[in-house]
Design a binder for this molecule. Structure first.
Ligand SMILES: NC(=O)c1ccc[n+]([C@@H]2O[C@H](COP(=O)([O-])OP(=O)(O)OC[C@H]3O[C@@H](n4cnc5c(N)ncnc54)[C@H](OP(=O)(O)O)[C@@H]3O)[C@@H](O)[C@H]2O)c1
Length: 352
């Protein structure tokens, strides 16, 4: 089935409007390209899930206003404006599951009809739509045992947790490494709930922080001890059993280095997935002073092999996506508002 020329997509209607600026555009142009460069592209994915953004609509609005005035100078101006607008109107949704509709010439391992999960990248984004164009290099097959919603939660959150634990902390997820103590902050959130489960596949003792309402939930994920972040000990990140952390997978925000420092083992490392400018300064200071305790900012570099690994874990029942709530595409504004509030337990999913 070829992708439709026009599709429903959720797009920003203006700049700086938060969730309320997201609107459903029923006439968004679907941008399926057959030949999109080297190694790329699974035509378009029909979504069982998620997202698209404001760039196209903004451009179409400009077109409507300029009517049929396609002189070359207007075209040139529009191209410039489009470039400018594209720089700012980035969509809120990157993770998508769906079915491959068409593949480009460089695609080797996917074909029309395949069920897949993919991530679009922060600059392309735009997953809140009926169709998206995705890179083969960031797309994994979704087996029937893994639901569309469970797969949709995985890419950015699961890969961030995986990268922090394996690449940054060096933890072996087959349990073969030496035992280490890990603290996961905001363990009830999208990244945190995957981080706890993945950490427990390694040889780890896991301490986790979350709100009071999620203490049991995080224990059920496998954490060995759980701290309510609103209590004095929780705010101080003090382990109830008195251990020092070898690694902190830091998914919350606003915790200063001075809070981490006394809780770290001699060579303890804070892997910060929400680094602020203060954190970056702390990181530079630790490096300059050759401190054994380190703060390491993390930026996700998504990889298909790792996404395949996570999908397989879900298939084998070793990892689960906990779903906070599901929303229809027409209610994407509510979903986005909930994400911005920062009180999700697990992942928020949007469905057509
Ligand atoms: N570096 C990267 O490449 C990368 C990749 C992905 C995500 N991120 C960032 O990582 C952060 C976490 O993302 P997320 O999607 O996992 O967040 P999230 O799902 O919004 O996390 C919400 C959860 O965190 C809990 N929480 C909030 N503040 C807390 C605190 N101080 N201590 C303990 N728990 C706390 C909340 O509990 P209550 O409701 O009880 O308050 C809620 O359950 C975001 O800032 C995101 O932008 C970075």
């Amino acid at each position: 089935m070829p992708a439709k020329k026009l599709m429903r997509a959720v797009q920003y209607d203006g700049y700086g409007g938060g969730a309320a600026a997201l609107k459903v555009n029923p006439e968004c142009r679907s941008e399926v390209k057959k030949d999109v460069g080297f190694g790329a592209v699974t035509g378009g994915c029909r979504l069982e899930n998620l997202r698209r953004v404001g760039r196209v609509r903004v451009f179409e609005n400009i077109r409507r206003r300029t009517g049929k005035l396609y002189s070359s100078s207007v075209k040139f101006l529009i191209s410039l404006l489009r470039l400018f607008v594209n720089m700012f109107f980035v969509g809120p949704a990157m993770d998508v599951t769906g079915e491959v509709i068409e593949v480009g010439t460089g695609v080797k391992n996917l074909k029309a009809g395949d069920k897949v999960v993919t991530t679009l990248g922060p600059h392309a984004a735009g997953g809140l739509a009926e169709y998206v164009v995705a890179k083969e290099s960031l797309t994994a097959a979704r087996p029937p045992e893994v639901s569309a919603a469970a797969a949709a939660g995985l890419p950015v959150a699961g890969l961030t947790a995986h990268q922090a634990l394996t690449d940054s902390a060096g933890i072996k997820l087959d349990g073969s490494g030496k035992q280490v103590n890990v603290l996961v902050t905001a363990a009830s959130g999208g990244v945190g709930h995957y981080a706890v489960q993945l950490a427990k596949l390694g040889n780890t003792h896991v301490t986790a922080t979350c709100g009071a309402r999620n203490l049991d939930f995080v224990k059920r994920l496998g954490a060995d001890e759980v701290l309510d972040y609103k209590t004095p000990d929780g705010a101080a990140l003090k382990s109830p059993s008195g251990i020092k952390y070898d690694f902190v997978i830091h998914c919350a925000s606003g915790i200063p280095w001075s809070t981490f420092e006394p809780n770290l083992s001699e060579k303890g490392k804070v892997i910060d997935i929400t680094p602020t400018s203060r954190a970056l300064l702390a990181c530079a200071a630790k490096m300059l002073t050759l401190s054994k305790k380190q703060l390491v900012p993390l930026l996700l570099i998504p990889k298909r092999e790792k996404l395949n690994f996570l999908v397989n874990l879900v298939k084998e029942g070793k990892l689960k996506t906990v779903i906070d709530s599901k929303h229809l595409l027409s209610e994407a504004e509510d979903a986005w508002a909930k994400i911005i509030e920062g009180h999700a337990t697990g992942k928020i999913i949007v469905e057509p």
